[in-house]
Design a binder for this molecule. Structure first.
Ligand SMILES: [Zn+2]
Length: 479
């Protein structure tokens, strides 16, 4: 039987913030456990939370980035929650009145599996704010709780059940991450747990109105795991249904090593968190003027930048997609172009040489020592034929290692391209004289012998000869 797949996501995104949500403790990843704590985030009785207004504004901005309506009135609630990772025994969150409502994330292009995605908008039901809980680490026979993360600002972004495949889930997450990065709301570094998601997934007979029973896959810590777990769960549920079995409403985990989902707990009924309004915090209100101020902080959005690259800079769609996928990379590209570099040449250089060097050095563009203006200078040296492409790669490797100015490197190492006709002629004569065999082969019309001679001349000139002039000269000499 054929089934329709129905998927909705709940994504938790950590907000980029110096301090926690309701106290002044530092929000710092990787600090010694339980060093960034105070009576407020440890849940001592009698203390009062003080909201981090900047994070409330950032959440509104997050909503604007994905076309949500920002509520002029929202409030915080307490979610009753008895677990070692929350010392207060309740979590401050937002229940019925969240900050952002009804947005969308557009997807299109190619999916992770290589298949085409449908061009569509995936609805976002809401974004609400909450405080994160402590981090539990399980050791052999005990569990350690690190409260450094307790009380750090978090957004929960809930989608409508508008996704129908693993590829759509991956694209939604990718585009959501982009939007958050562009606005400086979160780096969404999955390795640091800055973006985590839960997937709700059900199957129903093709075309049926009534939704099937859904399962929830919890705590997916990477987009690839989200993709893989959805693919697995679609197959698992299809098999159960085809064999006449029943899907139970349950919470499942993902085992990335064994590549399967497993039962964590069966849900008998909806959890009763006994929400009630947080009495220690005032409602959140925005005036029109407040919202206008926040809207001013909206950067060029990823889709707008993508279109600008195609329409104004005439880049191919592929290049525009790669460059805009990371804000830091496209900012870098923009800076190169602003410094006078030609757009397509810059795109090529970033996508090949720069990304290769970064990968090899296990660095991100933020760590890169090559300033955008210096890459623009290097591309200028190629365009002016001061150096050829091959030498440029060597110069770039040096720039990457030292951060030095390309013009200084070229000068210091004597790498200026040889474009003097008589000098090139001398190299060509030398190559011909030293290789009588290949000369014969060339005259017999054997293919690729010209390439052999270009190689010889480049070697003799230590890579500095102008390749176009070399080819011309060889043809002239050998007839
Ligand atoms: Zn604190």
């Amino acid at each position: 039987m054929e089934y329709d797949v129905v998927i909705g996501l709940e994504v938790h995104v950590q907000l980029k913030s110096e301090s926690k949500m309701f106290c002044s403790c530092a929000n710092e990843y990787g600090a010694e456990p339980n060093t960034n704590v105070c009576p407020i985030c440890l849940g001592y009785p009698g203390v009062l939370p003080v909201p981090n207004i900047k994070m409330i504004q950032k959440t509104a901005l997050a909503g604007m980035m994905i076309d949500c309506d920002v509520a002029k009135f929202s409030k915080f609630d307490r979610k009753s929650y008895f677990y070692p990772d929350q010392a207060k025994n309740y979590q401050i969150t937002q229940a019925d009145l969240p900050i952002c409502l009804e947005g969308k994330i557009d997807i299109s292009g190619k999916g992770l599996s290589g298949k085409d995605l449908p061009t569509k908008s995936i609805g976002v039901e809401r974004i609400h704010m909450e405080e994160d809980v402590a981090k539990s680490t399980h050791f052999g026979n005990c569990t350690g709780v690190d409260f450094n993360r307790a009380g750090t600002p978090l957004m929960e972004i809930v989608s409508h059940p508008d996704m129908n495949s693993a590829d759509e889930v991956y694209a939604y997450l990718t585009n959501l991450k982009q939007a958050m990065q562009y606005a400086g709301i979160s780096d969404c570094d999955a390795e640091k747990g800055q973006i985590r998601c839960d997937v709700n997934i059900s199957l129903k007979p093709k075309g049926a109105e009534k939704l099937g029973t859904k399962t929830e896959i919890k705590n997916l810590n990477s987009f690839r795991n989200a993709h893989a777990s959805v693919e697995f769960e679609i197959k698992r549920q299809t098999k159960v249904l085809n064999e006449g079995g029943e899907i139970y409403q349950e919470t499942r985990g993902w085992n990335a090593e064994k590549n399967h989902t497993y039962i964590m707990r069966v849900k008998e009924s909806a959890n009763d968190y006994r929400y009630f309004p947080e009495p220690d915090l005032l409602p959140v209100t925005f005036t029109d003027a407040d919202l206008e101020e926040i809207r001013k902080e909206m950067p060029e959005r990823p889709a707008e930048r993508y279109n600008r690259y195609i329409n104004e800079l005439e880049l191919p769609e592929y290049d525009a997609g790669v460059l805009t996928s990371e804000k830091a990379m496209s900012d870098y590209f923009d800076a190169c172009v602003a410094a006078g570099a030609e757009a397509k040449a810059t795109a090529n250089w970033i996508m090949s040489e720069l990304l290769r060097e970064l990968n090899e050095a296990n660095q991100t563009i933020a760590d890169c020592k090559v300033k955008a203006e210096d890459l623009a200078k290097l591309l200028g040296l190629i365009a002016k034929k001061t150096i050829n492409g091959k030498i440029a790669k060597k110069v770039f490797a040096e720039m990457f290692a030292s951060g030095n100015d390309p013009e200084a490197i070229v000068k210091e190492k004597g790498l200026v391209q040889v474009t003097d006709k008589s000098a090139i002629e001398a190299f060509v004569d030398q190559a011909i004289e030293a290789n009588p065999g290949p000369v014969e082969q060339y005259k017999e019309g054997k293919p690729n012998v010209d390439k052999f001679f270009v190689g010889q001349v480049m070697k003799l000139s230590r890579g500095k000869a102008n390749p176009a002039m070399v080819i011309e000269m060889i043809k002239e000499k050998l007839g």
